[in-house]
Ligand binder design. Structure first.
Ligand code: SAH
Ligand code: SF4
Ligand code: F3S
Length: 440
């Protein structure tokens, strides 16, 4: 039996692809090991969303330029798709590159690899297939990722994903529900539906469900207590999604809705297909919902042509929405993308300055928002234990981290509490997490 090692970079889609790749490899008779040193096959599942992410895999590969004798190196994921055969030029010790749209071909490609072939490629994007595997090695024992839609049909001016993941393709609702039921039977209580744009989901079978319907039905699968979803695109974000959350308590009251910029002019240049006002209307739906919905977002600073006034509009939007959390990024020039050639590129120091301002403002907002949770009781899924602080790590439906101390009378053995749902009273609030005491 041959040993393989895999390291994964990038988003949750990549993390879950790796879980399916690992399942496939184990199904083919390979054995997973924890370090590259022990492995005969070394896989890197890569990300190219920003330049820094892309460089990581080449740093890793560099380390093995000399010591890698006897090992085979395989590059999967978005860098594989984007760079294709150029990977072999940059790192001649790589034997195989394969993008996510070709993972169904992995078993045949492994045969070629074992036969000693070099420069094996899986780079076609011309596919209607989704990657579904008989065996998936999920890492988290409580929360299961489940892909409902692959690829992306949008064409945001800064983004590589349409080039690295191919066209949008949805799984049938029947296959999503069957996997959800299987997950519930295997003991999972939380499902996270995945897609570059989950809400662009459209059931390819005759029932033709939209995303809101699918979301609600997954939330009705017996044994499933929490359903999350990521990422939603504002353009396709419709009111029925909020209605579903309002009506089905198993759907988590958290929406990640990346806005990228608060300036309609920049949104237009980014080809995001919505205006600031249209985005704010969606925020209003959520703020008017019956359940308190946590809202998180992504922000890009320093897109080409972003003026000080545009940037101020982003800050204004942050104040107005008061997100529960954001991921802020400096615009990074990416190959193939329309924004690469745009005039008005912003100097690196200026991007850094803007990002720091965004992060400082957001920290104030989060501190204020989280303080509102003091003294409330939140249901938490227990996800872990922090030895350093002696606290259990809980996750609320709103996706907040709530660290807590147990009470002696809760009558649950330590080994048994992981994966359970407990009620926790919030006693302290910081910018990034809450602290509390278990009350049951
Ligand atoms: N499909 C999702 C996002 C996928 S990428 C969506 O449309 O919302 C995750 C985030 O990375 C994006 O929301 C964006 O904020 C950031 N990102 C993508 N390309 C980038 C680039 N070239 N430079 C900086 N950040 C980028
Ligand atoms: Fe990239 Fe835009 Fe597609 Fe999101 S919607 S993956 S940002 S092209
Ligand atoms: Fe990165 Fe590809 Fe995901 S570029 S963010 S791994 S879709």
């Amino acid at each position: 039996m041959k040993n393989f090692y895999i390291e994964t970079f990038g988003c949750q889609m990549n993390a879950h692809d790796s879980e399916k790749v690992i399942g496939t490899l184990i199904g083919e008779g390979y054995n997973q090991v924890k370090t590259p040193e022990e492995a005969e096959l070394v896989f890197y599942n890569t990300c190219s969303i920003r330049d820094k992410a892309e460089q990581k895999v080449f740093h890793r590969l560099d380390q093995f330029k000399r010591e890698g004798k006897g090992k085979k190196f395989i590059v999967l994921g978005c860098v594989a798709q984007q760079e294709g055969e150029r990977v072999f030029e940059k790192a001649p010790h790589v034997s195989m590159v394969c993008g996510s749209a070709s993972y169904n071909q992995l078993p045949q490609m492994l045969v070629q690899l074992e036969a000693g072939n070099k420069r094996i490629t899986g780079l076609s994007l011309d596919t209607e297939d989704t990657f579904e595997t008989p065996l998936t090695r999920r890492e988290n024992p409580h929360r299961a990722y489940l892909t409902i839609i692959e690829g992306c049909d949008k064409s945001c001016a800064y983004c590589v994903v349409p080039f690295t993941r191919g066209p949008e393709r949805s799984r049938t609702s029947a296959s999503v529900l069957a996997e959800s039921l299987e997950l519930s039977r295997a003991g999972y209580t939380e499902i996270q539906l995945l897609g570059q744009n989950v809400n662009s989901y459209r059931d390819p079978s005759p029932s033709g469900w939209d995303f809101a319907t699918l979301l609600d039905r997954v939330g009705c699968v017996p044994g499933i207590r929490r359903v999350r979803f990521t990422t939603s695109h504002p353009r396709d974000f419709v009111k029925p999604i909020i209605d579903a959350i309002d009506e089905n308590p198993n759907l988590c009251n958290h929406v990640h809705l990346p806005v990228q910029s608060g300036s309609t002019r920049i949104l237009n240049a980014m080809q995001r297909l919505y205006t600031r006002d249209e985005y704010m209307r969606r925020i209003e739906w959520m703020k008017n919902a019956r359940r308190p919905i946590a809202i998180t977002s992504d922000i890009i600073v320093g897109f080409p042509g972003e003026t000080e006034a545009d940037f101020e509009e982003t800050l204004g939007l942050l104040r107005e929405v008061a997100f529960d959390a954001i991921f802020g990024f400096k615009y990074s020039r990416r190959p193939n993308t329309p924004a690469l050639a745009l005039a008005g590129q912003i100097p690196e120091e200026e991007k850094t300055r803007r990002l720091t301002i965004v992060q400082e403002l957001q920290r104030e907002i989060q501190t204020r928002r989280n303080a509102a949770y003091l003294d409330t009781v939140e249901e938490c899924l227990v996800e872990g234990f922090n030895i350093a602080t002696g606290q259990w790590i809980g996750r609320t439906s709103q996706h907040k981290t709530l660290n807590f101390l147990r009470v002696a009378s809760d009558n649950i053995a330590d080994d048994d509490i992981l994966g359970r749902y407990v009620d926790v009273r919030v006693t302290r609030a910081g910018a990034n997490s809450l602290v509390g005491e278990c009350v049951n």
